[in-house]
Ligand binder design. Structure first.
Ligand code: KG4
Ligand code: ZN
Length: 339
């Protein structure tokens, strides 16, 4: 089986070809980050219009690079949600049109299932069952993954996602959008312990997160004195340590709670070096192991949508030609795959 996958849920347009035997054959991506930078965040209407411009050339490139013709394809997978509704519609309508023209099956994929399954593309994939820490711009969740298609939510954020907390505090520090990676960059020059920000919910039992209080703490620190380069780096370092510290402690708590020893970390924040170092050290001390997708597949991409799509098409699931796009879509609502 070979699938073409299309991702357009937010500000990345992407296409990929995955073969059940040969593995990942091509993946193409265009990031709209420059387009949205002027506005300090993703502008949904601009994102949709740009997807319309970018997607077809990306699909053509993904097919050409993998020497795939439509006749070689067993199906098309596209991101059906959650995400920006207009952006989702561009990918969904392209996928449905191609499937109609080429007379092949099509399936709408859950974006977070894509993030969860992205590490399966690596040569040393995680075992099942495992715990997944999903940390992106829109989500912060701990999930027990019994098998492909079997997800139990253990805990999630009550307010801001971890990526959102990075981006919002970065903005307070005067860094351009999306601030997460830039905050991480200047944090490397920060003095450890110069600031200490709260690690919310850490003192409470359970696996929930809350990151909205961090913004207020950072705002006070920013306003308290002149924001020199060093002070900025010191604050950035403390922000990173508060977020990474909280995520690490709760991920370990989830391993204890489930009795599992494999932890998957996926989503854009999974690219954060401090988080990776803290998780590695904590897991080692705990007799557990951490698995990641390669850095480029931590953030949004179509290869991960292909993995989820291929698994579901293989199991006989089909989407039909009606266009599916859901802004909100709980993972638990996904149909299970037969064991
Ligand atoms: O998974 P993703 O690409 O998109 C969503 O589905 O949300 O995640 C993007 C998020 C942004 O908030 C970005 O600032 C954050 O991931 N991010 C990082 C790093 N790289 C990306 N945050 C902290 N450190 C990084 N190195
Ligand atoms: Zn994502």
């Amino acid at each position: 089986m070979r699938v073409l996958a299309i991702e357009s849920s937010c500000d990345e347009s992407a296409a990929a070809v995955l073969d059940a035997t040969a593995g990942l054959m091509s993946h193409e991506l265009y990031s709209q980050v420059e387009l949205h930078r002027t506005y300090g965040g993703v502008v949904p209407e601009l994102a949709s219009r740009d997807h319309v411009r970018r997607l077809l050339p990306l699909v053509k490139a993904a097919l050409a690079r993998s020497a795939t013709s439509p006749g070689d394809l067993s199906g098309i997978a596209y991101t059906a949600g959650p995400g920006l509704i207009g952006a989702l519609l561009t990918g969904a309508s392209l996928a449905a049109s191609l499937a109609y023209a080429w007379k092949i099956p099509v399936i709408g994929v859950h974006h977070l299932e894509g993030h969860l399954l992205a590490p399966l593309l690596e040569s040393d994939p995680p075992p099942f069952p495992h715990v997944a820490l999903l940390v992106s711009g829109g989500h912060t969740q701990l999930i027990e993954v019994a098998a492909v298609g079997s997800y139990r939510l253990l805990g999630e954020t009550r307010d801001d996602a971890a990526g959102e907390a990075f981006d919002k505090t970065a903005k307070l520090l005067g860094l351009p959008y999306p601030g997460g990676p830039q905050l991480a960059e200047i944090a490397r020059r920060g003095t450890p312990g110069a600031f200490h920000f709260p690690r919310p919910m850490l003192d409470r039992a359970g696996l929930e997160f809350s990151f909205s209080g961090l913004k207020t703490a950072v705002l006070h620190a920013v306003r308290a004195a002149e924001l020199t380069e060093q002070r900025r780096a010191d604050i950035a370092r403390a922000v990173e340590e508060a977020i990474a510290g909280t995520l690490t402690a709760k991920a370990l708590r989830a391993l204890d709670y489930t009795g599992l020893t494999a932890l998957v970390v996926s989503g854009g924040v999974g690219a954060n070096r401090t988080l990776r170092e803290q998780l590695a050290a904590a897991a080692r001390a705990h007799g557990a192991r951490v698995y990641y997708p390669r850095i480029e597949f931590c953030t949004d991409n179509a290869a991960m949508i292909a993995v989820a799509g291929l698994a579901r098409l293989k199991a006989g699931q089909r989407g039909g030609l009606a266009i599916e796009a859901r802004a909100q879509w709980p993972l638990a609502a996904l149909p299970r795959l037969a064991a």
